[in-house]
Design a protein around this ligand. Sequence first.
Ligand SMILES: Nc1nc2c(ncn2[C@@H]2O[C@H](COP(=O)(O)OP(=O)(O)O)[C@@H](O)[C@H]2O)c(=O)[nH]1
Ligand SMILES: [Mg+2]
Length: 569
Amino acid sequence: MRVLATAGHVDHGKSTLVKALTGTNPDRWAEEQQRGLTIDLGFAHLDTPDGQRISFIDVPGHVRYLGNMLAGVGGINGCLFVVDANEGWMPQTEEHLRILQLTAAPAGVIALTKADLCDADHLELATLEVIDRVEGTFLEGATIVPVSATTGSGMKELVDALSKLARSTPASVDRGRPRLFVDRVFAAKGSGTVVTGTLRDGSFAVGDHVLVGSRRSEARIRGIQTLGESVERIAPGHRVALNLAGVDHRELQRGDCVVTPGRWFHSDRVDARLHVLGSLGHKVSRRGAYTVHIGSDEIPARLRVIGPESIEPGATAFVRLHLDRAVPLLPHDHFILRESGRSETVGGGEILDVNPRRPASRATPDADWRRVVAERGVVDVDELELLTGESVAPTIGTWVIDETRFVGLREAVDSRVRASGADGIDVAVFDDIERAIIDGLDEVTIDNGRARLRGTTDPLLEHPVIERLRLEGCAPTAPTDLGGTDLRRLAKLGVLFERDGEWFHVDALETARGRARDLLITHPDGFTLSQFRDALGITRKHAVPLATELDARGITRRRGDVRIAGPRL
Ligand SMILES: Nc1nc2c(ncn2[C@@H]2O[C@H](COP(=O)(O)OP(=O)(O)O)[C@@H](O)[C@H]2O)c(=O)[nH]1
Ligand SMILES: [Mg+2]
């Protein structure tokens, strides 16, 4: 399916053309039909002979209902641009073209309507004028079809041109983060709240939990329809009606968004690129009451120009927009800016940053995720996706880290570990990111919760008494050649241990543990101290402290006169 919006001056035959193409009168309201004037958006669809489905959003051409027109053109795949062959180019023809240009409408077909009311020469002149007017815009080179809804002339050619347009415009992409800007809300008999809109960026399925509106009310999708058919699941790029459970229709209005929880950042302050219309009769500055039109939403906003004080007509500049309420937004969303006081279209552009960090005076907005990372130093990958729509590979752990920052962090961590020497450093003093960095340092090992450089040698660790104690095993002589401070340090490093005034190498503990295990196999009810002493071939002087150490470490446990297995054996 492709969604096309009509565009063009009032009374140029847009609604009549949609009715002639689809058989549906897009003017839904009695008042519209009585006055022959489109006030609100109308919807109809066409199945082309070559099997394509085109949904039309018919917009009002009258300047008073421009807000409704804007609500209709967010998220379309293209346009059916209408010019009355007799009346020619008119103010809203121009304004609609500018708006579509600013919202980056991808393509369109131009219909020269009411061809039955003029002769061939006039038609040719009208065609030339249109070619001239659209030069340099997205409609340059678009197919121009003279038609008459009254006589039917040119209708087949128009349908062909629309099919070709539908075939050549890319389908909406599924980015896994659905967003539906609501254009209609009503209460359907028996089923409750229904909202309609053009689905973008992701799919919805029946049963999905969603957030609705600026208050982010929780609701559940009870049913989905597209063009009158019920479906279980719907892909982006479709006109959709959602039946919502859990939210009252009186709470909702046009402009509200339906999104998946956790997939959208709701922003009320954005940096953007603003192009000011060349036809505007004055500069744009922070003075003025503005409305920002995004999707079908219309949000009161304050504006601040980034850099200069004001923007000349025809110029492009960066602005910061403070929105009256938060909206789910992403970089590259397009918007139209209007001045509410004067009721004029100022311009439009592209959102660049949905969560600007720097004060406007120092902001340098662009839509690059690297800038978002650079300004923050470290960003969680999920948060980065929320802010930019980009799914970026983490630098380390679950974080994307600015390159300079990462180099700095790694150096800092590395030098702290180095400085700790053979003692190593307790990894608990590092935060999660630093710990992830340590895990990635090839030269660093972690044991017993301490990080130290691989192969670090402390002169003390080289002291010959250590090797002597190791060789003497479970019956060591006193290490009189080392002072108390050094001995305590070696104990802290886990090389030696002391019990009852006797110093052992840790290897002795391993030997003792092995013997204890063997004894428990032959003496399952426990072994005595003398059995332990004999098994190791040592005297009481060493057997007592060794057995006590085994108890202290939970390897054995005393029960009366014997020792049994402890939890850590
Ligand atoms: N003669 C003639 N009149 C037309 C044609 N298309 C539309 N009209 C008339 O033009 C008027 C405005 O049409 P409408 O579709 O409401 O214009 P919109 O404001 O652009 O939607 C109506 O009175 C239509 O009957 C056409 O092809 N030939
Ligand atoms: Mg109309």
